[in-house]
Design a binder for this molecule. Structure first.
Ligand SMILES: [Zn+2]
Length: 872
């Protein structure tokens, strides 16, 4: 699972990219705050109340793996759908055997069902049962022992309804009917979302991750729909009355939460087969030509992960599908991965968009870690999510180089550190199982795997992963099973590592100070662990690390140390005073490190340090400095091998003639579109019309719409009339990025004639780009005067209330409405005492519109975020 809070934080840099725009946009900053708030929303798990436990002498909360009484072997489903009642008409045949001890009962999860009959097959004998709305307890005809198999048939109607959910998976409805009446301007779809225990809202099962079953599903649907499920489509037959039955067979066992179905009007795009297996994409028909870019490098990833694990992709096919209104980011249903609509875009808008690559990799890696080898309980979910998270690193490292992977690791580290609420990674003490989908299970899990890889070396690390997968294939696991393979392969005891990283909370906070002793010919590092220990956070972490000591000529020696005290000295012999001493030279420790250096040391570190972190730390230190050394470093960084640093250098380097020439070159031919966009913005700062030629050329030719848009914005700065004319001609483009650039240009014109353009694009911009778009619309209205503000308020209210628009777009419209209110409030304040009654009235109307949107909104995430509107 890839949840939306993660995605929105990924989108942040994309939003920042637009910050280069010539005029500062306070609204844009407001949008970012919203994103961050979303991020914190995802981390709400509460620490169990220790004090209360002590006072009542009760055991702390403990969520074990589910007890296995029966073993579900095979599930066979016949399903049809009542769109009007949003109900599933089902027949389920379950093949079951006792797990170990004899049984005379079968307990199934079946939430919100109407049970028609329960019979024993093959005789069809009625069985008695109890059903209270959540658990179906079937009394068997006799006691069965573990060498006996039995089969029951359940006729039912299921009414999937949400009872809860989390910020990671915002609903537990299990099965969703999108636009069931067909009245809204969006596709009609049915799709499922099982994790954590929601599939039992549409078929009876043992809804626990330590269960696994094979399955076959017959879906009877209107003939114009296509369907998708796990495994292989074995037949598709007419069922009368314009209906058709598709029969999907999954003959390899997997956990019930990984079962999926989807029904709708997708374009099915088949890629070349991978090792004889189908690779396909289900997208909305408009995106048919772009499918392979929406799910980039799918086949190459299948090969890469198969090779690096030395375990070939184990399932029958690989299909990825985009659905409307998905309740998370993406979900790793075996062979049929579901994605939210945010990933869907045209090719020219997908250039260098890493988000799609990262989610594609994440969900695919789950097919080994999660689907083939599955966590036995939600407490151990990092055995699924930590690996999926780390696959993003592995893919970036392979495809785009170590620097880009390290940049991603740093943002994962920051995400974890800003999350707070330290709990053990293996988290038996959670209050709600949905709370384990947090920055611990994902970010910290991935970071710990990286530390383990650095400690043991690639050979041992990947050999152990291979053994773990092959020894535990088609079974469920807990963290100790992972420890044991690493111990077996490396010959080392690793209890200390697992105890402190998997079973304890927190992380080391280190203070590092360096001192050179010429008389002894030694450089000394004094390292202190300053984390506040608690019952769960260790006072002392055992920390293996490297120290690199650099001499002024650039030569270096590396020493390995291990810290095992609260405060400890580490000494390296050296013949002269070092130019630089780097602590944790592989930068792999999951720790907060405070180690101040001089400007000269940072400059040396930028020039000689081989890693991303060496250079990043130095550039960050210089980014707040104004000195000739800082100028030199940022000039040098224009040629850094990592695009992110070149982008930073474009912003920060001094405006010398040579630098501006270099930047003009980067605007044309830097391999990364993000650098080209930044370079065009920087050329705009020069206000030199000489760059018009470059801008016009890039606006015509660049492969990335974002770059063409930035070039047009540069034209707009240097020759506004020309840009307006060109922008008007672009109104029909299919690129949302380009429309966004056009919108920026129109917004700056302050001419209300362009309000029409915005209004005609509201439907088209129904995606994340739409958030900035509606704010630009509000900007234009505010600049154009009260009449335009009134008009914009009416329009934005309508956008915010459209149930067929994406939730984040609706949120954008609401926050733009609030921006109108803020703009008016400011205008009135600026006008002073004699404020006009008409402005007061207009503001009252806008506040009333805000209240109406608040009242009408049903999405609970939006409801929560809307609490702060109107903002004053
Ligand atoms: Zn995941």
């Amino acid at each position: 699972m890839f949840f939306t809070a993660v995605l929105l934080s990924l989108l942040l840099p994309a939003c920042n990219l637009f910050q280069h725009a010539q005029v500062e946009k306070p609204e844009q900053a407001a949008i970012e705050t919203e994103y961050r708030q979303l991020d914190t929303l995802s981390i709400v798990a509460e620490r169990p109340d220790k004090k209360a436990e002590k006072e009542t002498y009760s055991l702390p909360p403990y969520n074990p793996s589910a007890t296995r009484e029966n073993d579900l072997l095979h599930t066979s489903l016949d399903l049809s759908f009542d769109w009007e009642k949003q109900a599933v008409l089902g027949t389920a045949r379950l093949k079951v055997k006792p797990y170990f001890y004899p049984v005379d009962q079968l307990k199934l999860d079946a939430k919100g069902f109407e049970i028609k009959s329960v019979t024993l097959l093959p005789e069809g004998k009625s069985l008695s049962y109890e059903y209270e709305g959540r658990k179906l307890i079937i009394q068997l005809d006799k006691t069965y022992t573990r060498d006996q198999t039995y089969e029951v048939e359940i006729d039912y109607v299921a009414y999937p309804r949400a009872e809860g959910g989390s910020s990671a998976i915002n609903s537990d409805q299990g099965l969703y009917f999108i636009n069931p009446s067909g009245e809204l301007g969006k596709p009609r779809q049915i799709w499922s979302q099982g994790e954590t225990e929601s599939n039992s809202r549409w078929f009876p099962t043992i809804d626990k991750p330590n269960e696994r079953q094979t399955q076959d599903i017959r879906l009877t649907v209107e003939d114009h729909f296509v369907t998708l499920s796990n495994g292989v489509l074995v037949s598709s037959t007419p069922a009368g009355n314009g209906l058709r039955t598709d029969h999907w067979v999954m003959d390899l066992p997997h956990a019930p939460y990984l079962t999926m179905i989807a029904v709708g009007d997708w374009a099915v795009v088949k890629d070349k087969k991978w090792n004889g297996k189908e690779v396909s994409y289900y997208v909305e028909p408009e995106y048919k030509e772009d499918a392979a870019y929406i799910f980039p490098y799918t086949s190459e990833m299948l090969s890469f992960f198969s090779d690096i694990l030395d375990v070939p992709y184990p399932w029958q096919k690989y299909t990825q599908i985009v659905v409307r209104d998905f309740v998370s980011g993406a979900m790793e249903n075996t062979t049929a991965v579901t994605f939210m609509e945010m990933v869907q875009a045209h090719r020219e808008d997908l250039v260098d968009r890493r988000m799609n690559e990262l989610i594609t990799a994440h969900e695919m890696f789950h097919h080994w870690f999660g689907d083939l080898v599955t966590t036995e309980s939600w407490a151990n979910i990092t055995l699924n999510e930590g690996f999926a998270n780390y696959s993003e690193y592995l893919w970036l490292e392979y495809k785009h180089g170590r620097d880009e992977a390290e940049a991603h690791r740093q943002s994962e580290l920051r995400g974890y550190l800003s999350s707070g609420n330290w709990h053990p990674l293996i988290y038996y003490g959670y209050r709600d199982r949905e709370d384990v989908f947090d920055a611990h299970s994902y970010n910290k899990g991935g970071l710990i795997l990286h530390m383990l890889r650095t400690y043991l070396g690639d050979d041992a690390f990947f050999t152990a992963l291979h053994n773990y997968l092959t020894q535990n294939a088609y079974t469920d696991v807990e963290a100790h099973e992972l420890r044991l393979v690493f111990e077996d392969v490396s010959g080392q005891d690793l209890n200390w590592f697992f105890n402190q990283w998997f079973f304890s909370a927190g992380h080391p906070v280190l203070q590092v100070r360096k001192q050179y002793h010429p008389e002894r010919g030694e450089v000394e590092l004094l390292v202190e662990q300053t984390q506040e220990p608690t019952e769960e956070i260790p006072a002392i972490f055992r920390l293996p690390f490297y120290v690199d000591v650099y001499m002024p000529d650039g030569s270096k020696q590396r020493k390995h140390f291990e810290m095992n005290q609260r405060k400890q000295r580490f000494v390296v012999k050296t013949e002269a005073e070092p130019a630089l001493v780097v602590f944790d030279a592989e930068h792999s420790l999951l720790a907060v490190v405070d180690y101040p250096k001089t400007e000269a040391e940072y400059a040396f570190q930028y020039r000689h340090g081989p890693t991303y972190f060496d250079r990043q730390e130095a550039l960050e230190a210089f980014s707040t400095e104004e000195s000739s050394l800082a100028d030199d470093i940022f000039t040098q960084a224009l040629d850094d091998p990592y695009w992110g640093f070149r982008q930073m250098a474009v912003q920060k380097c001094p405006a010398t003639e040579a630098n501006i020439q270099r930047i003009a070159q980067l605007a044309v031919d830097d391999p990364h579109s993000g650098v080209r966009v930044e370079a065009l913005a920087r050329l705009g700062d020069t206000e030199d019309k000489a760059w018009l030629k470059v801008a016009r050329m890039v606006a015509e030719k660049d492969s990335a719409a974002s770059v063409r848009g930035a070039a047009l914005e540069l034209v707009s700065q240097l020759a506004p009339e020309e840009a307006l004319k060109t922008a008007e001609k672009l109104e029909d483009t299919k690129s949302k990025q380009l429309i966004l650039s056009v919108a920026r240009i129109f917004a700056q014109s302050e001419n209300p004639v362009y309000l029409d353009f915005f209004e005609s694009k509201f439907g088209f911009m129904n995606n994340t780009e739409g958030i900035e778009f509606v704010h630009l619309y509000a900007d234009l209205a505010l600049a154009a005067g009260p009449e335009s503000v009134q008009r914009a308020a009416n329009q934005l209210e309508k956008v915010a209330l459209r149930p067929d628009y994406m939730v984040w777009y609706r949120f954008g419209a609401m926050s733009a409405l609030n921006a109108l209110h803020e703009g008016l409030a400011k205008a009135m304040k600026d006008a002073g005492q004699g404020e006009s009654t008409s402005l007061v009235e207009l503001d009252e109307q806008i506040k009333a519109a805000i209240q109406r949107v608040k009242k009408a909104e049903t999405d609970k995430r939006l409801k929560m975020m809307y609490q702060k509107f109107p903002s004053t």
